[in-house]
Write a protein that binds this ligand. Sequence first.
Ligand code: NIG
Ligand code: FE
Length: 450
Amino acid sequence: MKADLIIKNISNLVTIGEGKSPKRGQEMDNIEILENGYIIVKDGKFLEVGTGIIDLKHIGIKTIVKDGTGMTVTPGLIDPHTHLVHGGSRENEFAQKLQGVPYMDILNAGGGILSTVNSTKEATFEELYDKAKKSLDIMLSFGVTTVEAKSGYGLDLETEMKQLEVVKKLNEDHPIDLVSTYLGAHAVPPKYKSNPDKFVDEIIEGLPQIMESGLAEFCDVFCEEGVFSVEQTRKILNAAKELGFKIKIHADEIVTLGGAELAAELGAFSADHLMATSEHGIKQMAEKGVIADILPTTSFNLNKEYANARLMIEEGVAVALSTDYNPGSSPTENLQLAMQLGSLKLKMTPKEVISAVTINSAFSVDRGEEVGSITVGKKADFVVFDAPNLPYIMYHFGINHAKDVYKNGQQVVTEGKVLPMTKIPKIGSFIADCYGESKKIIQMNKINNK
Ligand code: NIG
Ligand code: FE
């Protein structure tokens, strides 16, 4: 079978391994890295992965052949927690933040999330679309090929649906695959302040409409002191589960409330944040296989403590990492920064970090069967890093190491620049533009076979 694309001579090919399940605890540090590796792609999927010389039978006149000498190749990165679609920005709160006003105080004074709710209500579909598309382009340039995107800046059905419609349209138009989450319970609107349970009931009443619309696959709640209690979160998520939603929880971000334990009780795919989670919560997550989604750029930006990733890994939890991209607690699309903080602040090894942003993040958004590792049969989503080895990506921090990015076998970023993408189909076929290179490799193989 003639390949569409071949990358050969890859100095460090980080395949992760079989990629059939999340990597829990110490497994995170045990991944497959091939030296002098190659990838063969056909019809948007990995056809063959190996080391050394490529069998000539794969090379046809249309096969694109590229050289990976000096490069590190990983699976496409997966950002499993973002608030991608929102109106406006919050630099007007920056001075307050620098003076040490706590995140929750800004929210309680009607700013924070509530300020973005107003901007999102005011924004048109097109404005939200354009802003989010720009962010997706940035993410793609950093090597991110799958992104989870939450609603949560409407707090009314109409605006929440508007956000989710934007996610749907971007999923159709943009090379990045989007996984959609309904976060109607992100804050209590001021008019319900004296009776938050009424708002909880309204959210539950609205869940069937969200489910019927097909606009969201997951349901999430901001379970936090002064936002939604464990009881209220349990009520919403049980109702969501009954309707067929998969579950995530913003858990134990600021106060040790028991969000991690609740995630374990409900069989959530992930519990996210976890800066204040107790040892008991961590043990429960390990026991029930809940993925711990840690967001180190949020800790960095809020100047708060970091989640205890080491204890989680010791206890056998599968850890994922994400940006939490949002206009308040983490205004950055840069997943490589989250990876670098993962090493520098969470003390995760580079191998643990790459497991966290590939296979574990894939499973935390229920995409582990199709992405998250460079494995035959999975989608050919991968990143060519201009880095001699994996640790280098974490060590040389604050810059973008992604050189080329491929989505479904199609090149979408070249030399760090996103290619014009309006015409890029989700699964595309290739036009040979590297005929010269194909010829070169045929000659090389002839010499090698002598
Ligand atoms: O995950 N903590 C709650 N939600 C977001 C922040 C949203 C915002 O501040 O706009 C988070 O950090
Ligand atoms: Fe969040």
